[in-house]
Write a protein that binds this ligand. Sequence first.
Ligand SMILES: *Cc1c(COP(=O)(O)O)cnc(C)c1O
Length: 382
Amino acid sequence: MRFESKVIHAGQKPDPQTGAVIPPVYQTSTYRQDGIGKNAGYEYSRTDNPTRSRLQALLASLEGGRWGLAFASGMAASAAVFSLLKPGDHVIAGADLYGGTYRFLEKVLVPWGLEVSYADPDDGRGFEKAVKKNTRLIWVETPTNPLLKVIDLGKLSGVAEHLNLLLAVDNTFAPPYLQKPLACGADLVVHSTTKYLSGHSDIIGGGLVTSNPNIHRRLKFYQNAAGAVPGPWDCWLTIRGMKTLPVRMREHEKNALFLAQYLHRHPQVAKVYYPGLPDSPYHALASRQMEGFGAMISLELEGGFRAVERFVSRLKFFSLAESLGGVESLVCYPPAMTHAAFSPQQRARRHISDSLVRLSVGIEHKLDLRDDLARALASSKV
Ligand SMILES: *Cc1c(COP(=O)(O)O)cnc(C)c1O
């Protein structure tokens, strides 16, 4: 099956009992058993639920993995991955990463006993140099958040394999239509399904995919033991959203490329971060590794924070909001929003400037979006 067919059919057989083409939402906590030890595959919905099973099968199929697991949020999925570790273990994370993951590492896992280092994705040997005797896991996002750096997953998985480390890739910014980390050698793919996979800004969810039987067994055990599972309605909505993933991604990307080129030429814009621009340092790598460049654009405005304030307050179509990946365009100010968990010094070290703005380009008409940016940029002049 090709990708466009998978999103509609993988794990989505009509309901065997009624023939309903769209299987029902199994809004149930428990399942009647025919006798002690005799059930139809389901006992309790924390452990398994048919709607969730369908979502998990779909996630696995799209990422080209053997097993998928769904969680109540992207962070719950991330927490499951870190549950594979024990106190005293060491993790190397990409320095440019989602603020919530950084917060979880620093404020929850470090006090618990995990050691964490951060490697600069731009340093070709940064991850290798950070390896210690107790290193167990490498964790990266690519493209990264918020600077849209692209990491060579084939190369990094070679490093991980050579040193016997697990490689987990948070693929939220590049859903499987664009990039398949397992095929590049990663052990685990992590998703905030809240974003592109569900695609309509109406649920919070997370997912994991792996082809490693031992990892899957441990994560499945953890999923049931810790219990941060999504409800059946959220699973159903996520499945519905995922059916249009390829169609949405093509529109998202067309708009993003058009706007990135427009912003790139605009005198009020000091810098544009988008791997789809030919002069991006990541363009060649992204062209090799990805099927497209996605629809996240970051930019630095001329005029610092005051310009940013004016810019975001004048936008009409781009709502000032956390999150990304929905059909509607959003704008976010990483220093105070998604990346507020970093101190000003840490942001400076990571080149997250006070004039940085991040756009999640939606699928509205590109000219409406361009006009919106044009108006806001005109009035951002300080
Ligand atoms: C949003 C996000 C998360 C966290 O997901 P939630 O669903 O909000 O818990 C993790 N990683 C990335 C890259 C994200 O954008």
